[in-house]
Design a protein around this ligand. Structure first.
Ligand SMILES: *[C@@H]1O[C@H](CO)[C@@H](O)[C@H](O)[C@H]1NC(C)=O
Ligand SMILES: *[C@@H]1O[C@H](CO)[C@@H](O)[C@H](O)[C@H]1NC(C)=O
Ligand SMILES: *[C@@H]1O[C@H](CO)[C@@H](O)[C@H](O)[C@H]1NC(C)=O
Ligand SMILES: *[C@@H]1O[C@H](CO)[C@@H](O)[C@H](O)[C@H]1NC(C)=O
Ligand SMILES: *[C@@H]1O[C@H](CO)[C@@H](O)[C@H](O)[C@H]1NC(C)=O
Ligand SMILES: *[C@@H]1O[C@H](CO)[C@@H](O)[C@H](O)[C@H]1NC(C)=O
Ligand SMILES: *[C@@H]1O[C@H](CO)[C@@H](O)[C@H](O)[C@H]1NC(C)=O
Length: 792
């Protein structure tokens, strides 16, 4: 791209920006591990020398550098031309050079912990509070577990997100002990954030803005609607942090009193370290308008590792998965894993389409989202006598029946046919809507925005109809008019009624919080799905946790609906996404770390995965949005069950070097100067993972695994193999009995997966994934792993 192209087309603003941006852009130059032979200042000089080798002058080199990653990650972020980037890529020691893109993180809890059996006052005496008879055994186990984990005390959880709202009661340090001596982090001050905003709960806070400023210009607090500090303008960061490690807050509820109860993080006595790497998009309606730049996230992860966190929680992902050598989260996480820091990340909100999953690296715990057994039940009644229970957390009420209209019948001229049902901004005709209930469909535009449009046009209420892709999953939002959200089947009924009745009427009853309303968990439709498109030899996601309608702390600078005309302020808010399910798992990891401080990150993941639930609270398979049993590309190993994970029996362990060896199978190589890929590279599916995925199986495949006994005591335990093979293959283990007589003992085994010769596949069946599982069982444990294979 020459200068002319950049200056020339003023009339084509977008291409102009695009081509100029291409000319000079932020790239990340990644070297892998440090050799360990240089002091910190020497590392930066070393990075400079690389940069200088492609830049004209010393000054230019210095001016172009954003970050020099020095602690664990070896690399730098700098402004380069494509030409300079490709020159650097060819140099020795350079692992990869990749462009940073302003990738949007996907926006993407009272009830959630009770639901998995963890609900206890932090300082509660187990025996002092009698358990109700109707409370199942999970709670007794849960209390013991929490006590054993000291509610996460001693564990430090780093959260990469949009910052924190330090005044929230979820982050109070009342009664907490001194900051762990191992902590090396800082409390970085800035706008509306001084050193008093850190405490014994929020023990560290930092922010990373250089990459953001390169894309969006110098930070302007007013225009950016953000704080140049660790303070959270958005709510997302406070929500995720409080879900993982928030203190117990009694009487927490969203606006309107929904979900009233006590809100608590999974590990309420763990410490929080805040790494703000996500910022509000300037000059945009703030619905989902956050960006996290890879160079900022890498700097955050590099610091988190050096600061001494034990767990990193990342509710951030890309919409299209990147190869590992270009994925900042994957790179950062690998360095964290080397120091035995456990990294959990969200799977993304691009489901239910297959192959949409982000954060697919096997050294990350990838978390999908499922539902809770809590609902906000209201009602919808039609003039023909039809009534149905619906869900709503909207505080607005209707007092009588009102006329009912379908949005598509009351739009202003010029709205495209496919958008006419969507209640997009300024699409409705007030003279046809005033005082009426409007049926709006999902598909385009935000859910909250549709209610705002109905309100603008003077409507009395809104029926929000799911599109078929949304299935039966009902997200609860704080709408601006009385709202009932309904499934596609009900949409059909309502449309039919509107068509056939001369005077259709509707009434929306406000919601109330109800527990055990439907069988739970259910898989959510939005949760991103496998197969893993970066490497189909690794089954992803790993696990699911609650991600629908989660109540947690909120920012005092943002309204619960996140739209600018909303002036409401809420301490707590109900929010939905895999962003919400990820910190559930991070909280559980903190508890497991507290119980088993020596377990590796792979052992913790294995424990969570092999003990997960595949069935709901009615002992039936967890359902997907289509009503069928959810498969491992949605659920992973299942729904997390922290209490069981503390005693998994066996674990599938994997070291940092095992990941480096795995990297050889996917061209993610030369990361560590002390590690060279062997000449014969083992297939990726031989990574010692607690699940198995084999794409395009066309012959017998033998998969190698090793399990480590982490059971209790040194007596003999005998594990027996059991399998439910995917259709079209047989699954055998060699050997099929494993005997252990001490803790820490390892046993190797092979799984032989063989296509059935008696089957002739037709074209559709070829390439289609089939699912099954295998397990090792002794008298106390079932160590279960899902299998996915597609036959060639
Ligand atoms: C920090 O700011 C708060 C107001 O938000 C103020 O009350 C407090 O005194 C400040 N602390 C320091 C150390 O400046
Ligand atoms: C910051 O943004 C505000 C509002 O857009 C604008 O009035 C102001 O001039 C900006 N300040 C700077 C230093 O650019
Ligand atoms: C309607 O079509 C337009 C243009 O193709 C698209 O942007 C929009 O998302 C569609 N709306 C729906 C509801 O599918
Ligand atoms: C890995 O690199 C080799 C040689 O550069 C190439 O042939 C192969 O396609 C690459 N594989 C992947 C998965 O990128
Ligand atoms: C099976 O597929 C692999 C690649 O996926 C190929 O290399 C191999 O030749 C195939 N084997 C048979 C028996 O078709
Ligand atoms: C189990 O045996 C090993 C080796 O004999 C010993 O080091 C360890 O302390 C024993 N553990 C328990 C729980 O008895
Ligand atoms: C392939 O077989 C499946 C069942 O085994 C059947 O449902 C499907 O219709 C078949 N497809 C074709 C193209 O014959």
């Amino acid at each position: 791209m020459n200068k002319l192209t950049c200056l020339f087309p003023l009339l084509f603003l977008i291409p102009l920006l695009a081509s100029c941006a291409e000319k000079k852009q932020v790239y990340i130059v990644y070297f892998g591990e440090h050799k360990g032979d240089k002091a910190l200042h020497e590392i930066e000089e070393h990075h400079h020398s690389y940069l200088h080798s492609v830049k004209e002058s010393e000054e230019e080199a210095r001016a172009s550098l954003l970050y020099s990653y020095k602690h664990s990650i070896n690399g730098f972020a700098a402004e380069l031309t494509p030409d300079e980037a490709s020159k650097l890529e060819k140099l020795a020691e350079v692992v990869s050079v990749f462009k940073s893109h302003p990738r949007k993180y996907e926006a993407h809890t009272t009830r959630s912990w009770e639901f998995v059996g963890l609900e206890e006052e932090e300082t509660d005496d187990i025996d002092a509070r009698p358990l109700k008879n109707d409370v199942d055994d999970r709670f007794r186990v849960g209390r013991k577990f929490l006590r054993k984990a000291k509610h996460g005390d001693g564990i430090i959880v780093g959260v990469l997100d949009s910052g924190v709202w330090p005044e929230s009661r979820s982050f109070s340090d009342k009664g907490m002990g001194p900051i762990p001596k191992s902590w090396k982090g800082i409390c970085q001050t800035g706008v509306a954030f001084n050193s008093s905003h850190c405490n014994r709960k929020i023990i560290g806070a930092r922010y990373y803005v250089k990459g953001y400023e390169k894309y969006f210009g110098a930070f302007n607090v007013t225009a950016n609607k953000d704080f140049l500090s660790p303070r959270d303008p958005d709510g997302h960061g406070s929500h995720t942090a409080s879900t993982a490690v928030g203190r117990r807050v009694y009487g927490a509820s969203a606006l309107g009193g929904f979900a009233m109860g006590s809100a608590s993080g999974g590990a309420p006595l763990s410490r929080l370290a805040v790494y703000k790497a996500c910022w509000a998009k300037p000059n945009e309606e703030k619905v989902g308008g956050n960006v996290c730049l890879q160079e900022d996230m890498l700097a955050a992860i590099d610091d988190a590792i050096a600061d001494g966190v034990h767990v990193i929680s990342i509710s951030i992902g890309t919409t299209d998965p990147l190869p590992f050598q270009q994925d900042g989260i994957a790179i950062g996480a690998l360095h964290a894993i080397k120091r035995n820091i456990v990294v959990a990340a969200s799977a993304g909100n691009s489901g239910p389409k297959p192959g949409t999953l982000s954060n697919p690296a096997p050294w990350i715990i990838t978390v999908g989202a499922s539902t809770l057994d809590r609902a906000f039940v209201g009602g919808l009644a039609l003039g023909n006598g039809y009534t149905i229970k619906t869900e709503s957390i909207t505080a607005f009420k209707m007092d009588k029946f009102a006329p009912l209209v379908y949005a598509a019948n009351v739009v202003v001229p010029g709205i495209a046919l496919n958008d006419s049902s969507q209640c997009l901004p300024n699409s409705l005709r007030p003279e046809l809507v005033a005082g009426k209930v409007v049926l709006c469909l999902r598909g385009a535009g935000s859910r909250i925005g549709k209610g705002i449009e109905v309100k603008r046009a003077g409507g009395a209420g809104m029926i929000l109809g799911n599109a078929p892709a949304n299935g039966n999953e009902i997200p609860s939002d704080s709408h601006f008019v009385a709202t009932a959200t309904v499934t596609p089947t009900v949409v059909e009924k309502i449309l039919d009624y509107i068509k056939t009745d001369k005077n259709p009427m509707a009434f929306i009853k406000p919601g109330k919080t109800v527990y055990k309303y439907t069988a739970a968990p259910l898989m959510t439709g939005f949760s991103s799905r496998g197969p893993n498109v970066v490497d189909p030899n690794i089954l992803k996601p790993d696990i699911t946790a609650p991600g629908l309608n989660i109540l947690a702390a909120w920012s005092g600078a943002d309204s619960p609906s996140k739209v600018s005309i909303d002036q409401r302020v809420a301490d707590f808010n109900i929010y939905t996404g895999t962003s919400m399910s990820c910190p559930h798992v991070s909280g559980a990891i903190a508890l497991l770390k507290a119980i088993h401080p020596k377990w590796s990150s792979a052992a913790i993941r294995s424990a969570l995965m092999t003990t997960a639930w595949m069935t709901n609270d009615e002992k039936k398979p967890i359902q997907d949005v289509d009503g069928l049993p959810a498969n491992p590309f949605a659920l992973g190993s299942g729904h997390f069950r922290p209490t069981k994970a503390a005693d998994p029996g066996l674990v599938y362990d994997a070291s940092y070097r095992a990941y480096l060896l795995y990297g050889c199978s996917v061209n993610f190589t030369d990361i560590d100067p002390t590690f060279k890929c062997p000449s014969k590279i083992p297939p990726g599916y031989n990574l010692n993972y607690p699940s198995i995925a084999i794409p395009n199986l066309n012959r017998t495949v033998t998969v190698k695994r090793t399990v480590t006994n982490v059971g209790i005591g040194n007596w003999t335990s005998t594990y027996v193999f059991n399998a439910n093979p995917p259709s079209g293959v047989t699954v055998k283990a060699i050997p099929n009995v494993l005997v252990f007589n001490r803790i820490g003992q390892k046993q190797r085994f092979k799984i032989v997966i063989k296509p059935r010769t008696d089957l002739v596949l037709n074209a559709t069946e070829k390439g289609q994934y089939q699912f099954g599982w295998f397990s090792w069982t002794d008298s106390d444990h079932v160590v279960r792993s899902p299998i996915a294979v597609s036959l060639a």
